[in-house]
Design a protein around this ligand. Structure first.
Ligand SMILES: Nc1ncnc2c1ncn2[C@@H]1O[C@H](COP(=O)(O)OP(=O)(O)OP(=O)(O)O)[C@@H](O)[C@H]1O
Length: 351
C-alpha cells in the first residue's frame, strides 16, 4: 500500500497518531461544458482519533464530496486532488488513501474505514438473505466466516436486533429503521476504525433518527470508533458530535468543539444557520432564513464566497478569501470580522 513520510509529531504514548485522518488541500473538479466545476475547494481538516465529527451545511455545499474523498470514491469524471492520510491505530505506516490502486482500496475499505452513504438501505441485494450479506463481506476480505458471524450476531444485538430473525430475513422483510440498523452492523463486521455516515437517518422518522444517533454513540464507545457524520441537520448531529465542521460553497468556513459552534459561533453564516433552525416553541414569524441562495459551483463569488449574503461584509471580503483564523483554542472561523459578527448578528435562543 502507498505510504508517505509521515509527520510523526502527533504520535501519542500508545504509538497511535492523535489524528486518524488528515485531509490536506482536498479539491474535486468536474470538467463541464461551461468550465470546470469545483465542488470541493482546497479543504484541509484533521479528524481526531476517537471523536465524532459532524460535517454540516446546506444541500449542495460539498459535504458528500468531502466524505467521498476520504475513500477516493468520487464518481468519474470527477477528479480528486490533495492528500488524505490515514494513520493506523497501532502506529503503523500511514496510508495515503487517494494513492491506493483499485485492489488496495477494495481491501482498505470496510477493514479500516467503512462508509454508509445516502440511500444505502436500498443497496441490499433483494435476492440475498442478511446472513449471505454478512458472509459475502467476510469472504471478500478473507476473514474467517465462523468467527466473523459471531461478531455479526453480537453487532446485531448491539443495534437492538434479534440476530436469528434478522439473519434469516430478506431485505424486503425489514422496516427502514431495521435495515438501517442492520447496515450499521454490517459496516462494522470487519472491525474498522472509522465509520463515515452520509445523511444516515434522512429517510427515517424523528424517533428512529434519535434512536440511531444513540446507537451510534454507544457503538463508538464500545468499539473505540471514530465517526464522521455528514448531515444538513446541525441540531441533530450536535447531540452526539464532539466537533462540528461547517461547510459553505465547497469549503469549510468554521470548525471547532460542538459547544463553541452551537453556543458561540463566530462566522456570520453559522450564526445565520443557527437562527434558521426551526424551534417548535417559537412563533413562525420569529424564524429567520438567510437571504439569498448558496452559489452554483461554476459561479462562486470572488473573495469570501459568503459575502453576497453576509450582512456585515466589507470591501475586503469581496477581494480576499479569508483563511481559517483562531477564535479560541480549537475553534477556527474563516471571517475577517468574526469578532464583529457576534454583536451584529445576535443568536436567537435555541431550545
Ligand atoms: N457527478 C457530478 N457532476 C457534477 N457536479 C456534481 C456531481 N455530483 C455532485 N455535484 C455537485 O457537487 C456539489 C456538491 O455536492 P455534494 O453532494 O457534495 O453536496 P452536499 O452538501 O452533500 O449536498 P446534499 O446534502 O444535498 O447531499 C453540488 O453542487 C452538486 O451539484
Amino acid at each position: 500500500m502507498a505510504s508517505q513520510n509521515a509527520d510523526r509529531s502527533g504520535v501519542g504514548a500508545t504509538g497511535a497518531h492523535e489524528n486518524v485522518l488528515e485531509i490536506r488541500n482536498a479539491s474535486v473538479g468536474f470538467a463541464m461544458g461551461r468550465g470546470t466545476s469545483k465542488v470541493l475547494d482546497d479543504v484541509s481538516i484533521d479528524v481526531h482519533r476517537g471523536e465524532v465529527i459532524g460535517i454540516v451545511g446546506e444541500s449542495g455545499s460539498g459535504k458528500s464530496m468531502l466524505a467521498d474523498s476520504v475513500l477516493d470514491a468520487i464518481d468519474p469524471p470527477g477528479q480528486l486532488t490533495g492528500e488524505i492520510t490515514y494513520y493506523p491505530p497501532d502506529g503503523g505506516e500511514p496510508i495515503v488513501t487517494n494513492e491506493l490502486d483499485e485492489e488496495e482500496m477494495r481491501r482498505f475499505r470496510w477493514e479500516h474505514i467503512s462508509m454508509v452513504v445516502q440511500g444505502a438501505m436500498d443497496s441490499f441485494n433483494p435476492t440475498l438473505s442478511l446472513q449471505s450479506h454478512f458472509e459475502e463481506t467476510l469472504e471478500a476480505h478473507d476473514h474467517d466466516v465462523d468467527e466473523g458471524m459471531v461478531r455479526a450476531r453480537s453487532l446485531l444485538e448491539d443495534v437492538h436486533l434479534d440476530p436469528e430473525r434478522i439473519l434469516n430475513s430478506y431485505p424486503h422483510e425489514l422496516s427502514g429503521g431495521m435495515k438501517q440498523r442492520a447496515l450499521i452492523a454490517l459496516s462494522l463486521v470487519l472491525d474498522p476504525e472509522v465509520l463515515i455516515m452520509d445523511e444516515p437517518t434522512a429517510a427515517l422518522d424523528l424517533l428512529m433518527q434519535q434512536s440511531i444517533l444513540k446507537l451510534l454513540s454507544d457503538l463508538k464507545e464500545k468499539y473505540n470508533l471514530t465517526i464522521m457524520m455528514v448531515t444538513h441537520d446541525l441540531s441533530h448531529v450536535a447531540r452526539i458530535a464532539d466537533r462540528l465542521a461547517v461547510m459553505y460553497a465547497f469549503d469549510v468556513l468554521e470548525i471547532g468543539p460542538t459547544e463553541d459552534i452551537v453556543d458561540d459561533p463566530a462566522h456570520p453564516y453559522t450564526r445565520g444557520l443557527l437562527n434558521s433552525i426551526p424551534d417548535v416553541h417559537a412563533p413562525l414569524e420569529s424564524m429567520e432564513s438567510i437571504v439569498g441562495t448558496s452559489p452554483d459551483p461554476l459561479n462562486v463569488p470572488e473573495g469570501c464566497s459568503y459575502h453576497p449574503r453576509c450582512e456585515i461584509a466589507k470591501d475586503e471580503c469581496t477581494l480576499e478569501n479569508p483563511p481559517l483564523e483562531r477564535v479560541a483554542d480549537e475553534h477556527r472561523a474563516a471571517c475577517f470580522y468574526w469578532e464583529e459578527s457576534r454583536e451584529a448578528i445576535p443568536l436567537k435562543k435555541q431550545q
